[in-house]
Write a protein that binds this ligand. Sequence first.
Ligand code: ACO
Length: 391
Amino acid sequence: MSVSEYTPANVCEYIPGLENIPAARSSISYVDGQQGRLEYRGIAIEELAAKSTFLETAYLLIWNKLPTREELKKFETEIYSHRRIKYRIQDMMKCFPETGHPMDALQASAAALGLFYSRRALPNQDYIRQAVVRLLAKIPTMVAAFQLMRKGNEPVRPRDDLDYSANFLYMLGEKVPDKLAARIFDVCLILHADHTMNASTFSARVTASTLTDPYAVVASAVGTLAGPLHGGASEEVIEMLQKIGSVENVRPYVEQCLENDPKYKFMGFGHRVYKVKDPRAIVLQNLAKELFQQSHDDSDKYYDIAVELEKVIEEKVGHKGIYPNVDYYSGLVYRKLGIPADLFTPVFAIARVAGWLAHWREQLGENRIYRPTQIYTGQHQSSYVAIEQRS
Ligand code: ACO
């Protein structure tokens, strides 16, 4: 028996997490982590947040151009008319345990779409267009439906007269949201729509590279997004703010965490790429401020706690490039919009479907199946030991 560390010829050094290793050539989005700049197809995220809508941004990401008025109208109309989900998918969702996490429900429901629409025809542009439309249209309906079903209620049917974001908030809360709430939610979707080669996008591209159907691509990406080191952090930020409870407790809380563990990771802080404050966190903080100024309630204190926490964490670990990421203020905005904490990541997924689909199309355009290598660290020539002789 021998143990070896075998590295195939021509293999570079092993980099955990593939940090800084390009996994694709892409023209979809661009991040400058030192300057805090994010662009979609070359356009700064701040400009899109101020001037665009989520569906226009999705079109830009997926089709690599800003649509004309007619193209946008057609795209919106197609999406609005595909928002309903089949009763069989609803029946399947009703069987999900109400205690299950909505991300698991979403992953299963997205995969189930493939049962109905999978007939793969990847070289066919009509098939691609239909898959894009169906996924963008139906994912929000599935998120809202699971939320109502787990409370024992029937899902609310989408309303054709409401735009993408207003309709989602309506299906979720069973009442038409005010204009500011719908616009703020739409901006949140724009901000989360794509972010270069993150874990869930990599997952989407790996799945896409096998030439499977786009529903499987989105389902695998949803599974990856669910983890607390990725999309799941916003939910944990709210738990942390609730645990802290008051502005006065912020400093003792941070000091206690770092005393127990000098490498303690505060949720909503740090990023593999950004070494300054995430530009999306800046826009989201402004949105949070706007929302909190508009209506005051008990949740106001959490915004103040968040601002103080940002200050103290910057003081303690800012020198390591640890600043708020996109998940830090998004939870506060969603909470104020009446979205429950365990739906924060599904809401992130609603937005990121646009990016995943853009990467799916791009991957198909220059496809080579992902097949990295490994460094084998196991044994060789071991003997099979009969079960009665094993200790
Ligand atoms: N709080 C305090 N310190 C941190 C944090 C944090 N959140 N994140 C990293 N650090 C410290 C590390 O302890 C390490 O310190 P050291 O140099 O003394 O060893 C240093 O910063 C570098 O940390 P890494 O773990 O190497 O950073 P990495 O790039 O691998 O991790 C990650 C990035 C996973 C996002 C990490 O910052 C983290 O776990 N953050 C909390 C979870 C979170 O908010 N996730 C959402 C990310 S955004 C998104 O996916 C949408």
